[in-house]
Design a protein. Structure first.
Length: 182
């Protein structure tokens, strides 16, 4: 059952992964690059899974006939995390659930971060509510999952390199099965 569920997730990438993610890369390229950054950082398997799956909400939206924007009425992070929670532990789903808020948080506390966003991330930031106010930023900073979400967010921002050679999707199957069973 677990392997079949993981295969269904991977099937979303196979069907919808070629859709554009940002200015330069596809949904699949972005996911694979984000996961590759997690692997390169020596992240635990749960964070590698979160990195690979963090934008699954966009693919779920596409599969349901949406535009893939996934930012209204429900943010793609919340939809993705809720879907993944049926299969993965909170160590995977919490960073996914918080990665948009982590972008909004970083924009509030670090003007250099906001200036470094790609055009696509800048546009989505506006749809997602813009930089946080000080009270909301303080609440995010105090959240137990904030550090993991900020780490994921930074990988997310770097994972937009056209033509970057990374491991294929199939290489992550066993990791996902292992994490989902754990």
């Amino acid at each position: 059952m677990t392997a079949a569920s993981v295969d269904q997730l991977l099937g979303l990438f196979e069907r919808w992964g070629s859709d554009p993610y940002d200015e330069e890369v596809s949904q699949l390229d972005h996911a694979l690059q984000t996961a590759a950054l997690a692997v390169a950082a020596g992240a635990p398997d749960e964070m590698v899974a979160a990195a690979l799956l963090h934008d699954i909400g966009h693919l779920l939206d596409l599969a349901a006939g949406g535009s893939g924007e996934g930012d209204a009425p429900e943010l793609h992070d919340a939809a993705g995390a809720r879907h993944l929670a049926r299969l993965f532990p909170p160590t995977v789903t919490a960073p996914v659930a918080l990665h948009v808020r982590a972008k909004r948080y970083l924009c509030a506390v670090d003007p250099r971060y906001a200036a470094s966003l790609s055009e696509g991330s800048t546009r989505s930031l506006a749809r997602q509510g813009g930089p946080m106010g000080s009270e909301e930023a303080a609440a995010v900073a105090a959240h137990p999952g904030a550090a993991a979400a900020v780490t994921l967010r930074r990988w997310d921002d770097l994972a937009k390199v056209d033509g970057l050679a990374v491991a294929p999707l199939a290489q992550y199957r066993d990791l996902l099965v292992r994490v989902s069973a754990g």
